[in-house]
Design a protein around this ligand. Structure first.
Ligand SMILES: CC(C)(COP(=O)(O)OP(=O)(O)OC[C@H]1O[C@@H](n2cnc3c(N)ncnc32)[C@H](O)[C@@H]1OP(=O)(O)O)[C@@H](O)C(=O)NCCC(=O)NCCS
Length: 181
């Protein structure tokens, strides 16, 4: 059984991580701006990136949620990750939509494109009524993606994986479907 579906958007293929993605995925996470935005510890290395890929695949298998590898179809390059995250952490608010791109691909709308596919998957395939996005107050680029996707900031919470400061919890409620006919 393939737990992680493959989805095509206008420019991207959202697909399960493969073993062969490791160098490209580590390259995304190892750039200075991504390390800074995600507060990645200095000890995080290639092995940590492999563990993340395994975690994403495992989360799809265990929970039916996870993040996809984002591949730009025109170049066949892995440009980042995005999708749905539901970690086993006390106080975690719900099913989160998240994103991270290699800085070479910022400013092209890829996070919003993949984020929209993740939102649609959450509402249409998982059937949930609410999705969240967990974003630090300083991360204005990520907040802009959330806003473009129709999320709104409704609360701040200190989360167990990052006790230093509260995260903003952005929420999006499933749109009420139009009556047919
Ligand atoms: C957060 C992050 C993914 C946002 O990336 P981004 O490139 O700014 O976001 P998008 O992919 O949605 O692109 C939007 C930008 O592309 C532009 N754009 C260009 N072509 C576009 C298109 N076809 N469609 C939509 N937007 C397009 C938009 O105008 C916007 O530009 P602006 O930032 O100047 O307003 C990126 O900064 C990142 O990876 N940060 C590090 C990891 C991180 O912080 N993750 C989130 C943790 S909460």
């Amino acid at each position: 059984m393939v737990a992680c579906p493959t989805i095509e958007t206008a420019r991207l293929t959202l697909r399960p991580f493969h073993e062969g993605d490791l160098d490209a995925y580590f390259a995304v996470l190892d750039t200075a701006p991504v390390r800074a935005a995600l507060h990645t510890p200095d000890t995080f290395d290639r092995g940590g990136a492999w563990e993340q890929m395994a975690m994403w695949l495992g989360q799809w298998a265990l929970r039916g949620t996870g993040q996809w590898a984002l591949v730009e179809r025109e170049t066949d390059r892995l440009v980042g990750r995005a999708g749905l995250h539901q970690p086993e952490r006390p106080g975690w608010p719900g099913i989160e939509v998240g994103w991270a791109l290699h800085p070479d691909h910022w400013g092209r709308g890829f996070a919003t494109e993949a984020g929209q596919a993740a939102v649609d998957y959450g509402f249409d395939e998982l059937g949930v009524d609410q999705l969240c996005s967990v974003i630090l107050p300083e991360n204005v680029s990520s907040q802009a993606v959330a806003r473009r996707l129709g999320f709104e900031l409704r609360e701040r919470r200190v989360l167990s994986h990052f006790p230093d400061q509260p995260h903003g919890i952005w929420w999006k409620t499933r749109p009420i479907s139009e009556p047919v006919g």
